[in-house]
Ligand binder design. Structure first.
Ligand code: ADP
Ligand code: MG
Length: 243
């Protein structure tokens, strides 16, 4: 099967600091890949290169068949198919929950107001927050905000979802509700790349775990391989600290 995301020799530098040192990754349609590794290893930078939120310094990144490192590629078109969810929810505080979700489809003329509203309600139902449509984000708990952020990302009908530590800013009792929504999304066949410290989620939901350190992929494999039988001493060290 053709790769949904194909990364070849990806290099990313900030000035003289080389943060990604030649990464190669193929991600298939419907695959759920968890990216783990110590702080500063380049996980967020890698994720941000996948929709060119960071300028790519070298190598190629092909998403949905489009080479996003090619200047001819209309990056905004590609981005419409990639949803992204961050640690801090980044909801628009001056818009209600439903307005947050309707915004992009209307602004980008993907749908009219009526369609956008219908879709937004469906999504709110999917994340269990139908009753919060008309409240402002400040009235929501962290877990609810993150579920709205996921619904908002889904409003554009993306076929890839990128998550950067979506539960790291949450109180422990709210982590489960967000992971549950992500788990459902995975079961529905979404292609997902998830940076996470939730080893339980990685073990249970992902098809593959990639361990990064120092701008490299040190080791990757099925979750049971990485968690039960890691090969590299750096992977072993890291897992000893977090498990
Ligand atoms: P992780 O997400 O694994 O914690 P990051 O991708 O955020 O790691 O960061 C990797 C390295 O890149 C770190 O050394 C960080 O300081 C550096 N870095 C990230 N973003 C920038 C930036 N905008 N400018 C300069 N250095 C950056
Ligand atoms: Mg990060």
């Amino acid at each position: 099967m053709a790769s949904k995301i194909s990364v070849n020799g990806l290099v990313k530098s900030f000035g003289h600091l080389e943060v990604l040192k030649g990464m190669n990754v193929e991600i298939a349609e419907g695959e759920v890949v968890c990216l783990i590794g110590p702080s500063g290893s380049g996980k967020s930078t890698f994720l941000r290169c996948l929709n060119r939120l960071e300028k790519i310094s070298g190598g190629t990144v092909i998403v949905d068949g489009f080479d996003i490192t090619d200047k001819q590629t209309d990056i905004n078109k590609v981005r419409e198919n990639i949803g992204m969810v961050f640690q801090h929810f980044n909801l628009f505080p001056n818009l209600t929950v439903i307005e947050n979700i309707m915004l992009a489809p209307i602004e980008l003329k993907k749908s009219n107001k009526e369609q956008a509203k219908k879709k937004a309600f469906e999504l709110l139902k999917r994340v269990g927050l139908e009753d919060k449509a008309d409240v402002y984000p400040t009235k929501l708990s962290g877990g609810q905000k993150q579920r709205v952020a996921i619904a908002r990302a889904l409003a554009m009908n993306p076929d890839i979802m990128l998550f950067d530590e979506p539960t790291s800013a949450l109180d422990p009792e709210m982590v489960g509700e967000v992971l549950e929504v992500m788990k459902q999304l995975a079961a529905d066949g979404m292609t997902m790349v998830v940076v996470t410290h939730e080893m339980g989620f990685a073990r249970e939901v992902s098809n593959r775990v990639i361990f990064m350190d120092g701008g490299y992929i040190v080791e990757e494999g099925k979750p049971e391989e990485i968690f039960n039988n890691p090969q590299n001493s750096r992977t072993i060290d890291f897992l000893n600290k977090v498990l």
